[in-house]
Ligand binder design. Structure first.
Ligand code: ATP
Ligand code: MG
Length: 479
């Protein structure tokens, strides 16, 4: 069904100078159009009003308007043209009489233009019309609010005000590189940077772990598909494993983390310079983990020429988790694991710059240049996270959400117990499974499934054997 929406800008946009406001508004319109195209919502018509937009389109628009930064709120409206106040009151009555039946209500009128009546008059006359259907007027805590915005001979009627995300349209505040790990924090930090109008590209450092890139990309997809508007963000995947290995081997234990983070900053900065971004964004907050002390942050960013935006600096972990739920990244982030021994290890809380610099000399500066140069770059909209499962491994110890789980034991064992969604090998026609689909085989111990997986790999299937067989599976599915 085609509906008509009134869209209100964030207060900050309205307060800007004429020229800035016009450019922010254009950007906002562009971002809305971009998201509707991407979500395949068709037949949109946008008209500009004063400090507001009128958008005609199908109901699916609602979900989009909740997600475009720069929108303060919006309402599905009915537009009417009227002659006299009585005429308007009759039209409001017709529109809302069913809604107020058996409920308390209030009429809220806003008025602009020359009229024979005041806003109060209008509220009184309209209220009197609706009164007979209702349970009475309640101006403080009504069950239904009837809004009437009058502009000359036009009136906009609505009863719902739906909040948008607020903030500024993405793109009006330049561009930054977000250091994206996929944990709870960095997606929320990215969301806040977008909210202030900063366009982001992402950098992910692969520190190790078979499902690391896959998991992080799942989170990134959710974030970008839900909240990005106006451009197509890129993700730079940097293989940091050689660097991690060097740090593990050569650097003093308490300084490993600080040094790893200095290398992350260096790499991110050099990518930022290349793509003409002017800042970095991280999910760091103050004192959340022992490595995130003021002293360490100072030592870490000493190598930077550009600012680091840390939108979460004053948030508690609990607040960040709540935000992650609201943003929609919580569930995918909760599956991201820390593999890197450096990240897990104990860290100095007061690293000294001189000492850090000396330790760092043990690592060849060419290595960082090499890993940055060899990075992979993708458009986030185009990636499929399963494509980031390792091709070289036959054995994996987790089950990707997109995979088909196949039991290769005896039928009797399968019938006695199998994980939910697992299919029995003889019940599926392997040849009918598309070659891009991921298959996970399991058996009692993991040995038979391994041999079988190797054979099927040779036939071109994307197949893995589940490590540890039934005991591991039971742990996963029966806990
Ligand atoms: P998160 O919840 O975002 O993973 P964290 O609580 O694990 O953060 P740290 O490991 O100290 O905290 O990381 C702090 C910030 O450094 C992250 O929020 C992110 O911006 C960046 N970062 C950490 N690891 C990576 C990585 N592998 N790739 C890209 N950025 C990273
Ligand atoms: Mg993390």
């Amino acid at each position: 069904m085609i509906k008509y929406y009134l869209v209100r800008f964030s207060g900050e946009i309205v307060l800007k100078s004429e020229r800035t406001r016009a450019s922010f508004e254009r950007r906002l319109v562009r971002n809305i159009v971009d998201m509707t195209r991407r979500k395949n919502v068709k037949n949109i018509k946008i008209t500009r009003g004063q400090a507001r937009l009128f958008i005609e389109g199908p109901e699916e628009l609602e979900d989009i308007l909740k997600r475009v930064f720069g929108i303060y709120s919006f309402s599905p409206i009915k537009h009417v043209i009227f002659e006299k106040l009585d005429d308007l009151a009759e039209k409001v009555e017709r529109e809302f009489k069913d809604l107020v039946i058996g409920r308390t209500f209030a009429v809220r009128v806003k008025r602009a233009g020359k009229h024979q009546f005041t806003s109060m008059d209008a509220a009184r006359i309209i209220g009197a019309r609706l009164y007979k259907y209702s349970k009475g007027v309640d101006l403080k805590n009504p069950e239904v609010e009837v809004f009437v915005e009058i502009r000359d001979q036009n009136a906009y009627l609505y009863n719902r005000i739906i909040p948008g995300p607020g903030g500024l349209p993405i793109g009006v505040n330049g561009k930054a590189i977000s250091l994206f790990s996929g944990g709870f924090d960095s997606p929320v930090a990215s969301w806040f940077a977008w909210k202030r109008g900063v366009a982001l590209d992402f950098v992910y450092f692969n520190l190790g772990g078979v499902d690391a890139v896959y998991r992080a990309m799942r989170v990134l997809k959710v974030l970008v598909e839900n909240w990005c508007s106006g451009y197509s963000p890129k993700v730079h995947i940097v293989d940091f494993r050689p660097l991690v290995a060097q740090i593990m081997k050569k650097v003093k234990s308490p300084l490993k983390q600080v040094i790893l983070r200095r290398f992350m900053y260096r790499a991110a900065q050099s990518i930022a310079e290349e793509v003409k971004a002017s800042a970095l964004v991280t999910g760091e907050s103050l004192g959340q983990v022992s490595s995130q002390t003021l002293w360490n942050l100072t030592v870490e960013e000493e190598i930077l020429k550009m600012p680091v935006l840390r939108p979460l600096i004053g948030f508690d972990k609990q607040e960040i988790m709540d935000l992650a739920r609201k943003i929609g990244t919580y569930e995918e982030s909760s599956k991201v694991r820390e593999y890197c021994a450096i990240v897990r290890g104990r860290a100095a809380t007061r690293a000294r710059l001189e000492e850090v610099k000396k330790e760092e000399e043990k690592i060849s500066p060419d290595l960082i240049i090499k890993v940055v140069n060899e990075r992979e770059i993708y458009e986030v909209y185009k990636i499929k996270p399963v494509d980031f499962l390792p091709r070289e491994n036959v054995v994996i110890n987790f089950i990707p959400d997109e995979a088909i789980l196949v039991d290769v034991r005896s039928r009797k064992e399968y019938n006695a117990w199998h994980p939910e969604n697992a299919v029995y090998i003889e019940d599926i026609a392997l040849d009918s499974i598309p070659k891009e689909k991921v298959i996970i085989l399991y058996c009692e111990s993991g040995e038979i499934s391994f041999e079988l997986a190797k054979d099927l790999r040779e036939k071109g299937f994307r197949v893995y054997s589940f490590e540890g067989g039934i005991p591991q599976l039971k742990k996963r599915f029966c806990s």
